[in-house]
Design a protein around this ligand. Structure first.
Ligand code: PMP
Length: 365
């Protein structure tokens, strides 16, 4: 008997096209400025902690890890200045976004988000067979509060600083959202280290707030898959029901603790990233190119030809020119609101100079 597999797929999954992550080239000869990784290695204490966990013969790997990632939860709580029962750890923050949708959404309990936002959200919503309502930012890129509050959605996914624009919103905006939205507000803070503040502490005040974060962007650990969530213990108990019982391996748990405990190392490296962000924004100013002033570790900019033309073709032309020079950026040809723009992750000074050189060359082609 030959089964028609397509007819057996669940209704949510049958509508989904898998999320396309940014390209991850196999070779190291690229100037990789496409997926917003930290341009510096993690704290040296991370490697020490991993080596210590492995030991001489790797015997500890024989045993399952701590199911709650208890020490990591403690380190997360300490880092963000909240009590321990407000912290949760997961396999990257994508994992928590997925858990939140599974825990709080179904056919009648829906999601609302802003347009543009992180392009994974629609995929997660479809998988859960729930509706995702995408509300455009106001023309001045402010937040349409009324529309969000009247959406009837159960959960609001709010990326702050926004991806892919990099625009950051302050504490009063987050408070205004959380106080007026009749549901759960998930603030996705993947990029908050570059904004200089986090809403994490507010979870002790508001029981409908989840703040997620990741070691992938600000701690140089995208390869380890360590994410966190901060929320009221009642919310975390629900996420605990949904997660894998061993959702973080032993090495990730010790790496996360070591990274979160080394603030001095990261503070110094963060300054270098912020300096490069300022330099590149000044470069775009000097060219007269449009960009969103960024609170993240990337800049979304709109390239112009020498005779002042912008457009989808122009963005594609620069993207491809850079690619030919082994400089990889991210652009979104299928997203109408941003298809004239390209997103540049902030790299080291050397990487940024290569980007500037190749871009100057393109302008003068
Ligand atoms: N949120 C946003 C807005 C992101 O851009 C990313 C990374 N693509 C994530 C969450 C997920 O990060 P990670 O799973 O590596 O923690």
């Amino acid at each position: 008997m030959k089964i028609d597999i397509a007819s057996k797929i669940s209704s949510g999954v049958s509508r989904v096209k898998a999320y396309t992550p940014g390209e991850q080239p196999d070779t190291s000869d690229w100037v990789k400025l496409n997926t917003n990784e930290f341009p510096f290695p993690p704290s040296p204490k991370v490697k020490e902690a991993i080596m210590a966990e492995i030991g001489d013969d790797g015997a500890s790997l024989r045993l399952y890890p701590n199911p709650e990632s208890s020490k990591l939860r403690e380190a997360i709580a300490k880092h963000f200045g909240v009590s321990r029962e407000y912290a949760f750890a997961a396999n990257g923050s994508d994992d928590i976004l997925n858990l939140a949708i599974r825990a709080f959404c179904d056919k009648s309990k829906t999601v609302v988000t802003l347009e543009p936002s992180y392009s994974l959200y629609p995929v997660l919503a479809k998988l859960q067979d729930t509706e995702l309502l995408s509300i455009p930012f106001n023309a001045d890129m402010s937040i349409p509060f009324e529309k969000i509050n009247n959406s009837g959605a159960n959960i609001f996914f709010f990326v702050n600083p926004n991806a892919p624009t990099g625009i950051g919103f302050g504490e009063e905006v987050v408070r205004k959202i959380v106080e007026n939205f009749n549901g759960i507000v998930l603030v996705d803070e993947a990029y908050s280290p570059f904004a200089g503040w986090s809403a994490a502490k507010l979870v002790e005040e508001y029981n409908n707030l989840i703040v997620t974060g990741t070691s992938s962007k600000g701690w140089g650990l995208a390869g380890m898959r360590i994410g966190w969530g901060l929320a009221n213990p009642m919310v975390l108990e629900v996420l605990d029901r949904v997660r894998d019982s061993y959702n973080l391996d032993r090495l990730a748990q010790v790496a996360g603790v070591a990274a979160l405990n080394d603030n001095a190392y990261y503070a110094e490296k963060l300054q270098l990233v912020l300096q490069e962000r300022e330099n590149i924004e000044r470069y775009f100013d000097s060219l007269g190119w449009r960009y969103f002033k960024s609170s993240a570790n990337f800049v979304l900019f709109t390239p112009k030809t020498k005779d002042g033309k912008e457009g989808v073709d122009v963005a594609k032309s620069l993207f491809e020119h850079l690619r030919k020079n082994k400089i990889l950026l991210r652009y979104f040809p299928n997203e109408a609101s941003i298809n004239m723009s390209i997103r540049l992750s902030i790299g080291t000074q050397e990487q940024m100079l290569k980007f500037v050189d190749a871009t100057n060359q393109w302008i003068n082609l």
